[in-house]
Write a protein that binds this ligand. Sequence first.
Ligand code: PHE
Length: 444
Amino acid sequence: MGSKFSKIGFVLAVAGSAVGLGNAWKFPTLVGQNGGSAFVLLYLVLTLGVAFVIFLAELSIGKLSEKDPVNGYKTLAPTNKKTWSMAGFTMLGAILIVSFYSLVIGWVVKYMYFSATGNLSQTLEESEKQFTNLLLNDFLSQFICFSLIFLIVFYVVSKGVKNGIERLNVWMMPTLFILLILMLFYALSHTNGFSEALQFLFVPDFSKISGTSILEALALAFFSLSLGVGTIITYSASLPDKTNFITSTLNIILINILIGLMMGLIVFTFIFEFGANPNQAGPGLIFISLTTLFAKLGIVGYILGATFFLSLIFAGITSAISMIEPFAFYLINTFKMSRKNALILIGLIVYILGNLCILSTLSITEFKILGMSFFDVLDYISGKIIMPLGGILAAIFVGFVMKKKALEILFEPYMSGVFFKVWYFFLRFIAPLAVIIIVINAFK
Ligand code: PHE
């Protein structure tokens, strides 16, 4: 990959990848749908017990091979190199994700524009109309906003790991954090809503936990930490030597959780302050309920809305770039392509898929595959099939196939022997089993 990240660059870039629409959009929505605090607790337990464990496995593959996912598996497999290298192709899941993910960031751009120009609707019905109108009828806006995000994302990746990805993350992530703190302070001034939000998120009510919410929480933990699609393997290939990657990983996971919770507090403060329903299907919570509340606050709401959507754009862009880098790195390594040519090829695929997503929900060109819009198909295949598969393969590979000695040498400077044993046990038996349960559920 040429140059490596700096120490702080690595933490910020991986945190930038992890923190995204998953935290800002999926997390509050799922928390709302699954009754609040008990779901939050589940998510935390699964993040630490399963996602963290697989995260370290993917990091080991990247760090020890210093290669892209396909060549990484190939290099580290003691036998059956060709077969194992296939596991690396789960990175193509990230290409599917970035195609619809960039479109969602595009919607956020449009909403930032609505906020900045004072064009949010005052009633829930009108807000809903505004949102469905964007998806059903407004090809031009979606096309322009998607293309804009597409260009920014590919431009950053074209500059490489250090000059593009690191540079962007180093200012975007702290800015995101500051924007969130400011919004949190504003939320704090709404004491009633804020205390209800606190209670909703943090005082557990176990009666609300069901089998499906456990699975939702596990899938979210995966998505949120960018697991299973080669991102962590690829970024770890540029992990600087002698970095205590255990503390780095813990920092990343902490930042990821913290930002999810901050987003949750901000969103639910307003939801409760104005008596809206926290349980909403699909994109309703952010694009419909929250925007209506912003509109009710008048000028302050518009500023708040624009700030909120800007922070989502930042969070989304730093994640989107991390979805492209694995495949680009693979093409560069394997076919000796220039970065530019690799990105032209990937760009073509993403641009076509992204536009198909737009067309798939427009009322005049709507098309469905097996009853789902093309957008939902990409989301389903990547989230419910490829990500869990990529996670299981990484766990099995590192837990059973790779030489234990190499891992011990890698971990020894930063982890006590006991901790290593616990991690290794979780990696071999707990994590793959938990993930298999998600997959089985997806096909039920
Ligand atoms: N973790 C990102 C988010 O929460 C999504 C992501 C998935 C990023 C896969 C990279 C790879 O939004």
